[in-house]
Write a protein that binds this ligand. Structure first.
Ligand code: ZN
Length: 344
């Protein structure tokens, strides 16, 4: 059956081909830096694939193909090296690329690290210092887990969640029974929940999980210190900070908490890894003037989730742009290079 999505894809294919062939990654006149943003590397066969938002995942085979293409198109540098060259006035390759991973998922160690070693490509991993090795999930994953463990009727009884299960996301079948939400709809609810503060969502979740008898996961979602050290010691993975608890650094956040998230996370990572930590990544892409000021004082550079290619002139090193990559938009060479072109 032809769906709207099929038609959209068919309409986009010729544009992807054009962008892939003629995008700025094909031209080397101006100095520019592509900073790619990855989150999780998981094969479809892994049970964790089904419970994650599609926009967070790239499959291992696709990731390997990305690295092989990137090696042909760009000079791949550790992000810190590009920043140092920039600051000291050393020569910078015209088309440079830095590969970054956010959050420090355990699957980065399991699936991405072996490929990184085989392909000998440098990457930067932004870790959440006080969640490393723990069993606690980020709240969007805990919300997604609620949806897979509970009926829609049970979810509707959670007063704090009910307003976010809007008419648009709840579908009713002909018999009147409520259907389970699909992955995209769950993702939509998660986006809407971001209007609440992180600590409030966390306390609602704790209560709901206890009430509904959802056992706390004992698996380890993020890398542990030993895995992080092994990656760091390989010389291919440099570690940056992604705060202490992944709190969104919005203006409304308590100033002392904000300072601790930015400054103490760096100290903790440096103490544990015995290496300088000079790069920072704002959680969820949220930035405010105070967060940028602190990042400027304590780090050599910081990355956002704002999409774009960094052109040498005028780019703020503490608000570097990135290009996010996930499976659906990058599983062929043409689609991946169209994404790199960043035309649409
Ligand atoms: Zn993050």
């Amino acid at each position: 059956m032809l769906t709207t999505q099929h038609l959209k894809n068919a309409a986009k294919a010729p544009l992807d081909t054009l962008a892939a062939q003629f995008g700025p990654h094909r031209r080397g006149k101006q100095q520019k830096l592509w900073t790619l943003m990855y989150h999780r590397i998981l094969p479809k066969s892994d049970p964790r694939y089904a419970s994650e938002e599609p926009g967070m995942i790239v499959a291992p085979d696709t990731f390997r193909q990305h690295l092989q293409q990137l090696k042909q198109l760009f000079t791949i540098l550790p992000l810190s090296e590009w920043v140092e060259r920039q600051q000291s006035g050393q020569a910078i390759p015209s088309n440079a690329c830095a590969i970054t991973f956010d959050d420090g998922w355990a699957d980065n160690y399991e699936y991405a690290f072996p490929i990184i070693q085989q392909e000998q490509v440098p990457v930067t991993l932004f870790a959440v210092s006080d969640m490393i090795g723990g069993t606690q999930q980020f709240w969007p994953n805990r919300v997604a887990r609620l949806f897979t463990h509970c009926s829609t009727e049970q979810l509707n009884e959670l007063n704090w969640l009910a307003p976010f299960l809007s008419a648009a996301t709840i579908r009713r079948s002909n018999s009147g029974a409520t259907e389970a939400l699909n992955a995209e709809q769950i993702s939509e609810v998660i986006q809407q929940l971001k209007s609440l503060p992180d600590n409030l969502i966390a306390s609602h979740l704790l209560e709901a999980e206890a009430e509904l008898g959802i056992d706390n996961d004992t698996s380890q979602p993020l890398v542990n210190w030993q895995q992080l050290r092994e990656m760091s010691d390989s010389g291919l993975v440099e570690i940056g900070s992604h705060t202490s608890h992944h709190f969104r650094l919005q203006q409304s956040l308590d100033p002392a908490v904000m300072a601790s998230e930015i400054i103490d996370s760096r100290q903790r990572l440096q103490d544990e890894l015995n290496k300088p930590v000079d790069l920072f990544c704002y959680p969820n892409g949220d930035v405010c003037p105070e967060a940028i000021k602190l990042a400027r004082e304590h780090y050599k550079a910081a990355v956002t989730t704002q999409r774009g290619i960094n052109y040498n002139k005028g780019q703020d090193l503490h608000q570097l742009l990135r290009i996010g990559v996930h499976q659906d938009i990058s599983n062929t060479a043409t689609k991946f290079q169209s994404r790199l072109a960043n035309w649409f």
